[in-house]
Design a protein around this ligand. Sequence first.
Ligand code: SAM
Length: 309
Amino acid sequence: MKKFFAVIMFALMLTTTARAAEFEMVEYSAQVKLQWLAAAGIPEAQKFLKLINRPVFFNAENLNDFERMELTNSLYQNLNYAAAMEFVRGKNYKNVFDLACSLSPRAMILGDEGRNVIVGELQTVCLLGDWCLEEFGSKKAIKNVEYNSFWLQDRAGMMASADKFKGEICIIEQGVMIYLADDVRAKMYDNIRDVLKKHGGCLITSDFCQKEYFTAAAAALYGEAEAPKLYAQTKAMYEKVFGDKIDDESLQSEQEALEFLKAHGLHAVKYPLFTVAPKLNVFSRLTPAQIQKVNELSTRNYLWVITAL
Ligand SMILES: C[S@@+](CC[C@H](N)C(=O)[O-])C[C@H]1O[C@@H](n2cnc3c(N)ncnc32)[C@H](O)[C@@H]1O
């Protein structure tokens, strides 16, 4: 009996330690994304960081090539952030389901515009998100935004959140696929299909071309020759935060991605990131030549709009 108890206690300890490490990783990745958005000059991201008051994760002392890494990641995050908001506004979606986006500056803004926004995240991020909303969300944002805790692979959890919306939903998912195991990713897409079938709307993402897209963003700043190096350094940086390997190879060929989506009852159409040249916060840090290159990049079809078949 004693032996049995000891085994149970040991298993519990292991689970608790693994869970703690997992949540730590999650909070770190949420924080890193905010660091790049804040460096791009996005006030909401700066407010989140100020409130959670953690030491800045990466700096010139602990990250090689810091200046270029910061600007490249800030540009990439700013592009994603602005492209998703432009899409939602262009189609005037009233319901936005922001999946695994960590603490979400765009939820604050879209909620303040009167749209209903649910951020689907893990519980630790939700607790921080609720606190930030209370502390600096506008009255409208507090009314319209909520953080719901569920795993992406949890159908009932995702559907229970989606069912709170009335009408079509714009789901946003960006940058999480590379962290997911094949079975979790497959479940996430099945769940998204079920939500879209029931409620209508679409999923927007750049995850199926993220490697090419990030490299193009780096090339716009530092040229074609330097871009693969900045991509590789960024991947290594996120692997350090994540504490594991990142799968950035799967589903990066268009044909493979379309077949994967079809197998999950989904269909994709590719759109330009922006329909008119964007005004990005990060432009205040770029030269006119860099801005021109970013404007060229913004017309490329990196935004996948995915609907249920
Ligand atoms: C790298 S971050 C977010 C990336 C962000 N969307 C971006 O654009 O950079 C990954 C986020 O996914 C969340 N996440 C990871 N695995 C998850 C899962 N299985 N279910 C729900 N959320 C998950 C984490 O909490 C974390 O905030």
